[in-house]
Structures are given as structure tokens and as C-alpha cells.
Design a protein around this ligand. Sequence first.
Ligand code: FES
Ligand SMILES: [Fe+2]
Length: 384
Amino acid sequence: MFISEGHLPQVLPPEAYTSQKQLDLELKTVFDSVWQCVGAKNEFPRDGDFKTVQLLEHEIIIWRRGSRFQTFLNVCAHRYCTVTSESCGNAPERLRCQYHGWEFDETGNTRKIPDSPCFKPLKPGVLGLQPFRTETCGQLIFVTLSESTPSLRDFLGDTFDVIAELFHQDLFLMAATVRDVNANWKVLLENSLESYHVEECHPSTLGPLPRPERCEHVLHEAWCSLEVCYQGDRSLPILLDDFAHAWIGEKPKHRWEQINVFPNLIFIRLSMATWVEVMLPVAPGRSQSLGLAFGNAGRRGRLHGAVTRVFLKRYLINMFNQLIEEDRRAIEGVQRGLECQQRPPGGVLSAREERVFHFQEYIVSKTGCDRWDAHSASAELRAA
Ligand code: FES
Ligand SMILES: [Fe+2]
């Protein structure tokens, strides 16, 4: 069931989704001390594999060395070229700058400077790549841009062990995606925080609204969660789910499990698929979403595993892409509405949307921004 008994007001004013001032404030107060999920161990099968990511206002490079993952600013200490322009690759010994060939070791120190006598008296190891703290939880690799962020375990708190289990080492990576969306990052986030739009936007992919008694919301200071129980349903998707689990030799859970860790991390498990999404602001009306989707092929041997991988990839990736496009239409529509000069006074959230309210309260508490004066509109609705 839901926690709220009735509707709630929209807390953030429309300008909170459109102004540069608000975004600057969020970058300072909301994103200053957080961990971001930037990849999965599965993306780095060989020692020396690396990938580059645009993370907020930083270009970073994540590099596997042995069983460890290091992250550096992807900007050379010589004359600020990005060390590599590749999205991924392999550097077995050293990272080598694409411009003049400076080389850096796993600590980020310079190990080789071509034509080094011309740099006298500069010594190797003096200038290097800026490192960032990197930690893992299950399969997932997290990076923080701040020295003062608590450990990943402390940051994720009660959710750490749950996320480690959701993204356990036996899952296989189905897709790693980067998508650009013409909407404020909070519009993307809020879309993930309510099941109200499901019936209208995803009639064929997700189907009807889950009944309130099947939904369980948990609201915590730094995160919130949704669990929808499908136990007892005898619909075709559930029968297929039973069959698929019998095939891989595991017991189905018949649950949608979702955790949103504030500000911008979403972790979801549905049946044999698990995925994580990270919503990153680019501009007030533009965002980037990094996604990693995993499948569970079970442990019943190679043949079962191979067949399951093919099936899951084919079926689920199509479904994810369709879901993403269905959401995109609505999300970008919200942004266009928010940017209109004239808007109706409305702004009201149902009990089913209470996680949106909770998130908006979190933003106000972090940024100290003004609440929207829509309470009067809400009071009128209540009276009506
Ligand atoms: S900018 Fe990297 S070696 Fe010159
Ligand atoms: Fe959706």
C-alpha cells in the first residue's frame, strides 16, 4: 500500500527544471559528495581494458589493472589534451596520451616523457593524471569526484548489500547504453519514481497499473524503494516467467524490485533482468542517462546458459528500447510544458506518486531552494 492517504503538492516550481541558476546550485549541493555508477566489471574482461565516460563536467577514464579499477581525469598534465578520445580500449601497461605520447602508470604518475631533456629539470613522476576514488558493489563500479564523500558502503547505507545481491557476479552484461534526453535530469528521475504513467505510456510493454495493495513503498532520507508483488497472478507473462525460471533452475520471485538512491541512481530487478540507470545533468533542459542491463542465465551448464543469453538479449533489449522510447516522448513533453511561458496553476501528486514528493523534498533540503507556492492550488483541489 501507499504511505500517504491522499494527494500531495508539487514541491518544486517549474523554474527548478528550467533555470541555469538552479542547476548550478544542484551541482554544488546535490552532486558535490556522491558516488556515481560508471560501469560494470563485465565491461573490462581483460587486464588493461579501459573506458571513458563524461561524468558531470568531467571527462574520466576507468582502467582495469589486475583485479583493481582505477579512475583518472582523462586530461593530460602536459597541455590538457584528453589522454584518449576512444570510448573504450586496452592499455596493458600504461596510459599513453594521444597528443605527444606522455605515459602514465596505474598510480597516474608520469613514467615516460618523450624528448625529456627538453623538459629539464622536470622529473618523471612529478606531473600526473588526477585520480578519483573508485569502489565496487557487486558487479558495479562507482566513482566519486570528491575526496570528502564517505565510503561507498556508507553512502549506499542499508541498500549496499541489497544492490550487491541484485548485481551479483554471475549476471551477464546485456547492454551498456548512453542516451541523451531533452529534459531536465529531475524530470527523468521523477518518471522513474511513479508507476502512475505505466498504463498510459506502456500499455503493451508493462500493462495495467499495479493494484495499490500489491505495491510497497519505503521512504528513507537518502533513498526510496518500490516493490510490486505479482504472486498469485496467472497471466501469460507470469506463466512465461515460471517457464524461464524452470529452464535456468531457479525459483521465480514474481516481483518488481526498485531502489532509487538519491540523487540520481536507479536500480531495478524484474525477473531475470536487472538494470541500473544514472541520470546526469548536462544543461537545464538536457540530460544524459547511463544504463547497464544485465541478464541472469542461471547455473545449469553451458548449453542452458547460451540459449538463455540469446533469448534474453533478443527479447529484453527490444523491450527496454521500446520502454525507453515510450518514456522519452512523455519526458520531453513534460520539459516542453515546463518551459512554456504560460502554465496552468495545477501541480498535484497522487498517493501513488508519493516517491516524487519525497524526492522533491530531498532537493529542497539539499539546495535550500524555494518551495513552489502551489499550496493554494492544492488546497482548492482538496476543498473541491
Ligand atoms: S598533451 Fe598529452 S602529451 Fe602533450
Ligand atoms: Fe516508464
